[in-house]
Design a protein around this ligand. Structure first.
Ligand code: 13P
Ligand code: SF4
Length: 452
């Protein structure tokens, strides 16, 4: 398997590297990535503090309440890849329809190979809602995705996150008390009365990458959840009902989406939750069309305009496609921006022999490169630096939770309290109804080094 993990193993052992794209260096951002994720569960337990583990989001500060994973039984740590594979397949065969394994595009290949359905967060939310026959949904993704699956699945189903430490550093950048404090300031400033067209002063929109509590906040306050695939449909929905939007936690998705809708940058103040009025003047806030929470994704923050310029020099005619969690300058310099599913469809729809530089998580990019050998596909960032929270899921944990189910034990169940879920579901059902726009593959010529 030409997986990211195998490549990292080869790099750290300084062995011969697999042939990659000519001229692209192969180095990893953190040698600790070569270890099993359980090494970090142990380090956290000993230190008494949770962390995100090695990889791109390792530098972010994990909140004290971040869930910690208990120790994985030794037999799963010691098992070889081949042993884990046969144990997972045996457990899945025994469980049959009783279990469904869902996998996000950013999961390692060693996990994705066992998924019954692989997709982006919007597709996985739908998959969780529509697999009512399964008693257990094993979610190979991150915590907010498993919470969403729990809220959308039936009460007879249990949702399992194989490693509880698989959170999301961006989701952790907005918490309920800070959003409630922001909301109180906005209500004091704007009031609560609708305008002549019946539009309320502000609509809360949370990105899917947020806690269930924030989704419930949106449900309770006339708001909605979005994903990167339906963000523009969701903003249109919000502007039909409100004069402004409070968008959290990802400033970049909010800014990129609003800009594409024609909203000027001066009407998009950034909200710093540690400052009065988010660090803005009253006039700026009055003129706001979208108030952007100061969150970001550390994986997508790694992509730069300089990397795009280099790719255009190295590969004239390269098509640069990036995720909208990237900073605005990067999205502007790219040829296209879209969700993980958009990136997949762009590659599937391209004529043979297209060269793609992709700005999203490395596991997905390398898998696409292997699946579509008719194209040249590489990651814009030459350093291999996976999402450290997605990295926490490993076949060892998957084998542990599946064999637990065979033995009648549910490990790592994610349960959202009903008092939260009831409001969050309102915002999630609005999200599911706000369908992503079908975007046709680009037909224009890619930008050149000179035109970019
Ligand atoms: P998608 O909604 O495109 O799956 O992205 C989820 C995510 O976490 C991106 O960082
Ligand atoms: Fe969160 Fe970024 Fe990882 Fe997505 S890639 S799960 S936003 S840290």
């Amino acid at each position: 398997m030409s997986s990211v993990n195998n490549t990292i193993q080869l790099i750290t052992r300084e062995q011969a590297l697999p042939v990659g794209v000519p001229g692209r260096a192969q180095e990893s951002c953190d040698d600790d990535l070569a270890q099993g994720p359980w090494e970090f569960d142990l380090a956290e337990a000993l230190a008494g503090i949770p962390g995100y583990g090695p990889g791109a989001s390792n530098e972010d500060i994990a909140p004290a309440a971040t869930p910690q994973q208990g120790q994985l039984p030794q037999e799963y740590k010691d098992a070889s890849d081949a042993e884990l594979e046969s144990r997972i397949l045996a457990a899945k065969a025994e469980l049959g329809e009783r279990v469904v394994v869902l996998g996000h595009f950013y999961q390692r290949d060693e996990v994705v190979q066992f998924a019954d359905f692989v997709g982006d967060s919007f597709q996985l939310a739908n998959a969780a809602k529509n697999r009512k026959e399964a008693e257990a949904i094993v979610f190979c993704g991150v915590h907010f995705m498993a919470e969403t699956a729990d809220m959308l699945s039936g009460s007879h189903q249990s949702v399992i996150l194989p490693n509880l430490a698989a959170g999301c550093s961006m989701a952790d950048m907005a918490d309920l008390p800070s959003v409630e404090a922001c909301w109180a300031e906005l209500e004091a400033l704007y009031g609560t009365e609708p305008d002549a067209d019946g539009r309320v002063p502000v609509i809360p929109v949370t990105y899917m990458n947020s806690s269930a509590a924030l989704k419930a906040f949106c449900g309770e306050h006339g708001g909605i959840v979005c994903t990167s695939s339906n963000a523009s449909t969701v903003l249109e929905w919000a502007y039909e009902r409100g004069q402004r939007v409070l968008f959290f936690p990802d400033q970049h998705l909010g800014r990129n989406t609003a800009k594409a809708m024609g909203i000027a940058l001066e009407h998009m103040p950034l909200w710093n939750p540690r400052m009065p009025l988010g660090g803005n003047s009253e006039q700026v806030m009055q003129d706001a069309k979208v108030v952007l929470w100061q969150g970001f994704c550390s994986v997508h923050k790694r992509f730069t305009v300089a990397q795009i310029e280099q790719a255009r020099v190295d590969f004239p005619g390269v098509r640069v496609v990036v995720h909208p969690e990237c900073p605005m300058e990067v999205v502007d310099a790219a040829d296209e921006a879209g969700s993980t599913d958009y990136i997949l469809k762009a590659i599937q729809g391209a004529p043979d022999g297209t060269t793609f530089a992709i700005g999203t998580e490395i596991n997905m990019v390398n898998r696409l490169a292997a699946q579509y050998p008719q194209h040249t596909i590489f990651c814009l960032d030459p350093v291999i630096c996976p999402c450290s929270t997605m990295y926490r899921i490993h076949p060892g944990y998957l084998a542990w939770v599946l064999e637990g189910l065979v033995a009648g034990v549910v490990h790592n169940q994610i349960t959202v309290p009903e008092a939260t879920a009831v409001n969050a579901r309102i915002a999630l059902e609005r999200m599911l109804a706000a369908l992503p726009k079908i975007t046709e593959p680009k037909t224009t010529e890619p930008k050149t080094a000179a035109s970019a």
